[in-house]
Write a protein that binds this ligand. Sequence first.
Ligand SMILES: [Zn+2]
Ligand SMILES: [Zn+2]
Length: 305
Amino acid sequence: MPEITLLGTGGMLPLKNRYLTSLYFEHDGKALLIDCGEGTQVAFAQHGLKLSRIEAIFITHLHADHVTGLPGLLLSLGNTGREKCLPVYCGVSAVMTIRHLLFVAGGLPYDVQIIPINEKKPQTFPFPEIDPLLCVRTLPLQHRAPCLGYQIELGKKPEFLPEQAKALNVPVQFYRTLHAGEDVWLPDGRFIRASQVTGPPREPLRITYTTDTLPIPAIAEFAGNSDLFVCEGMWGDESKKDSMNEKGHMLMQDACRLAVRAKAKRLWLTHYSPAEKSPEDYAEALGTIFPEVVISRDGEHLTLK
Ligand SMILES: [Zn+2]
Ligand SMILES: [Zn+2]
């Protein structure tokens, strides 16, 4: 079952009890990491997570609070004995920054492959090495620098219906193949379709991550029906809306309104301004906009089913 941990919830700079915004996704012992600001590897250690499980890293944009933790984390990853190539996905405009950070990291005992992402149109990247039904989608956001939103989508196999299989006298050894969606020929010459012994298609799990962006309508569509929507909320003070928007950010209230439009199951706020000392003060007011809002703290954790 997929596990999600928010390694940090800060924006701009790390604080004593608030590391920079970064999301860790793990499924079947393999992990994806989104964003890697200063201190992200320390947050890994604090939350008892293993760097060695990382299969790929995704960067939203080139601002320091999202990338400067990369050299240290990559060096520590080298100390875990990693030899396998590590893909780092980032927008085209961030490629040079990532190259420079790799230069700072010096010689690593494994290759890093930078994979440039189109910053103008959405893309989809499958991850069959983690799960045949896993993919990562991107959405161009609107920030002071080109920035990407990410969505991790994990498809669910239809449920297997053993009573249907029994009624059709399907030998047990074919159950697994049929559950995997493959049709089979039985030894007695009958052809059984997987759809005869499985339930209807199921909605995939969706985890959407959008930070450092104006609250553009495309986010609501992108995050549609997300099981978990992780979104920035720099401030909770609505009088700061104009200055937030000028800086290419949004308020906690904006994130809640996006979650309503997206029909998200739950919203985790993150990327708080360092000057926003107690974001939980807004919990009650935000709950009136979107009841399933969580004023996330570092280490916020969820297992999705
Ligand atoms: Zn930021
Ligand atoms: Zn930024």
